[in-house]
Design a protein around this ligand. Sequence first.
Ligand code: AMP
Length: 248
Amino acid sequence: MDTKQDQKAWICGGAAHCESPPKTNGLPNRLVLLGAPGVGKGTQAELLCTNLGTCHLSTGDVFRAAKGLDSAERTPALTAALDYMRRGDLVPDETVLAVVAERVGCLRCEGGFLLDGFPRTVAQAEALAELLAKEKLKLDAVLSYELPLEQVVSRLSGRRTCSKCKAVFHVKALPPKMAGVCDHCGGKLYQREDDQPESIRVRMEAYERSTTPLTDFYRRRNLLLSIPADGSPEQIFKRTLDALKVAS
Ligand code: AMP
């Protein structure tokens, strides 16, 4: 499994990708990831894909990748989704579902799937259940990364972004060599407007309001695994694997 050709076999297309070959380690591998901004969900998604060989389908990534396509290359569902994203709105359920249905091959992937950013509403969760039932596939678990609000505020409010190359630093966890200056290109570091503590609280409240019905939905179906998201990425990943082992 070392040639480029072999590697290509794992690519589902349309910004859904499985970069590692499927692993037969017996762990549950049809998963949904939930977690507020700042909990480190993206890092855990990467670790899970590498270690389980699952196909990663992030609806946000699919929409962002579609921005770079010619309009002729975009499907009608993606064109509609981009209009909503540009306005900063959530994409309507039926459009998101059409985009996921276009990538149903990802759900059938031998190594399993990791859904990230989808479902975001109970209606999307119900539609996913229907789609999986039609495909005779079963969702194994929903990993919910949880961190107290004050820790999210501290993580995000310490974040600094380079105005030139967009590299990300953290005043405590990953400080630049010289305060306010990017290590990579010498650009000026700035704090994103939505990383100010008050904006973070507002975003978190909105996240909680929209996600609570979804976590309740999966808890009632005995699929929810709550993972404390404090500590290093390696510690969080170990907790994730432990939770998956118990669930298997
Ligand atoms: P994300 O990277 O998951 O934060 O997604 C970026 C943007 O894509 C969101 O702000 C929405 O506009 C859109 N989006 C991604 N996934 C969904 C979804 N499941 N439902 C509705 N909108 C979505």
